[in-house]
Design a protein around this ligand. Structure first.
Ligand code: NOJ
Length: 526
């Protein structure tokens, strides 16, 4: 693979890209301290090029006390020393591009770290108080929070300071929310965008993109009353229009983290002068069920079409249960509210389905996200209680296992200490992790890694056209795009394959009768 043609010739690379999510802390440890870092990523760039991905999305790599895995940013202009330096990030961006791989950074505009200079100064009574939501409490002595909003991690969304005042945090107390009605907050984020766009990044992921703007009266949330005091407020669109103008100067693209049940409201973020793309969480949380998946695909395509934005297809990320575990459970959907310790999973079944789901998502029209370790078929790990780090676990009162189980450091080399990750990993790797090691899978043509490599290599067979469903019996998904046909059997009995057609790839062995077994997908050339 050579250098990519100049961006001007590839303006719409993002419409059909395969984008690999790097959770830096757990990807590869270059300096042996047990924490993944930029040196580790640089050393593994050839692996990513072999996998065939078009871009890397890096979860936040900035200076951070890591109270929420880096989503608590203390300085956007500095790389956290545990990960490396700014100069190294610049090298990484350039080296990746040499291999044809673009870089997407993650911006967290809703909140900062409580160690950010703005919040520190605000706590000392500085004028930066205006940049956050400080309020007096309710009750005779102000002992009750200003309103009843709940943190997304559980517990109240307010913390009281020694001086009796309260500040708002929709996530952890170490993540105070910014006040987006203040012009300095807008200016600062425009500067942050330019800072990273000047360094050659091709895209920006926007964290919690629908939460930034709050009703200035901070009223309580009442079920059914519109608009919501802090979710999906109309004022957000003006912010994203100004961001879009900046991105356009650099030919860069956005992907928004927009969790909204209403598809019309969701699509508003994707209007031509706003965000280019947003994550498809309805597909990501959809159970392993042919009818539900087909509906999810149809709804996705229908909601994107009017605004001309491409869909994205996501099976998992750093916040949710890993796919092979989820698909191996009785309830194959995902919901934060029902996460529990000790949920049984049949990993062999989950792996078969995850392989089929990989072929399904890679054949659909749009961009596909692959979360590190998904290509290795890693299961969700059970983290020993005394090693859990995720604030979601602690703020749930200990009932939610948290998100560490999908963030365990990757296994690279089966025979090496810590499966080749580097030093003693910051989160423990389960027994059996070496069996998933990349080196072992690279040598096995039937491994999950080989399947992903092949699928990404063959994906162009589907072209860039629309999807047409083919007639299929219940439990089977069958569609055609370009010269490619994708069939997925989610039913209980084997399904017939259309003839005549050339077999491109299958997610599992095909029996000699040539029929498609259950929980298996196949790619054919028509
Ligand atoms: C969404 C991110 O994906 C998650 O990891 C983080 O905890 C929250 N936003 C808060 O930044």
């Amino acid at each position: 693979m050579g250098q990519p043609t100049p961006a001007s010739h590839h303006d719409d690379w993002w419409r059909s890209a395969v984008i690999y999510q790097v959770y830096v802390r757990s990807f590869a440890d270059g300096d042996g301290d047990g924490t993944g870092d930029l040196a580790g990523v640089r050393a593994r760039l050839p692996y990513l090029a072999d996998l065939g991905v078009d871009a890397l999305w890096f979860t936040p790599w900035y200076l951070s006390p890591m109270k929420d895995g880096g989503y608590d940013v203390a300085d956007y202009g500095a790389i956290d020393p545990a990960f490396g330096t700014l100069a190294e990030a610049e090298k990484l961006i350039a080296e990746a591009l040499q291999l044809g791989i673009r870089t997407i950074v993650d911006i967290v505009p809703n909140h900062v770290s409580d160690q950010h200079p703005w919040f520190r100064s605000a706590l000392r009574g500085g004028p930066e108080q205006e940049l956050f939501h400080f309020r007096a409490g309710r009750g005779a002595g102000g002992e009750l929070p200003p309103n009843g909003w709940r943190s997304q991690f559980g517990g109240p969304a307010w913390t009281r300071l020694a001086d009796g005042s309260w500040y708002l945090h929709l996530f952890a107390p170490e993540q105070p929310d910014l006040d987006w009605s203040h012009p300095a907050v807008r200016r600062e984020h425009e500067d942050i965008l330019r800072f990273w766009l000047e360094r050659g990044v091709a895209g920006v992921r926007i964290d919690s993109a629908a939460l930034l703007v709050k009703d200035p009266r901070l009223p309580d949330f009442l079920e059914g009353r519109d608009p919501h005091p802090y979710v999906d407020r109309d004022e957000l669109h003006d912010i994203y229009r100004s961001w879009r103008a900046i991105a356009d100067e650099y030919g860069a693209v956005f992907v928004g983290e927009v969790w909204l049940p209403d598809s019309e409201r969701f699509a508003r973020y994707l209007r031509p002068d706003e965000l280019h793309t947003a994550f498809n969480f309805s597909f990501m949380t959809c159970p392993w069920d042919a009818e539900r998946l087909r509906r999810s695909v149809d709804e996705t395509l229908a909601e994107h079409a009017p605004v001309g934005a491409p869909a994205t297809w996501v099976l998992c990320n750093h916040d949710v249960t890993r796919t092979v575990t989820r698909y191996g459970r009785t309830d194959t959907g995902f919901d934060f509210a029902t996460k529990a310790f000790g949920t049984p999973a049949d990993l062999a079944l989950g792996t078969r389905r995850a392989r089929a789901a990989a072929l399904l998502s890679l054949a659909l029209p749009g961009a596909v996200y692959v979360y590190q370790g998904e290509e290795l078929g890693l299961p969700e790990a059970e983290i020993p209680l005394d090693r859990i780090q995720d604030p979601m676990h602690f703020r749930s009162g200990g009932t939610d296992p948290g998100r560490d189980g999908c963030r365990v450091p990757l296994p690279w080399t089966a025979g090496a200490p810590h499966a080749g990750f580097g030093g003693e990993p910051w989160l423990p790797q389960p027994d059996g992790w070496p069996a998933y090691a990349a080196d072992r899978q690279a040598a096995d043509p039937h491994s999950m890694l080989s399947l992903y490599r092949e699928a990404i290599r063959l994906r162009p067979a589907f072209g860039d056209g629309p999807l047409t469903w083919l007639p299929a019996r219940d439990g089977v998904l069958a569609f055609r795009r370009g010269a490619g046909i994708c069939l997925v059997n989610l039913g209980d009995t084997p399904a017939d394959l259309p003839a005549p057609s050339e077999l491109l790839l299958t997610s599992g062995p095909l029996p000699t009768d040539g029929r498609l077994p259950k929980d298996t997908a196949v790619w054919l050339r028509a």
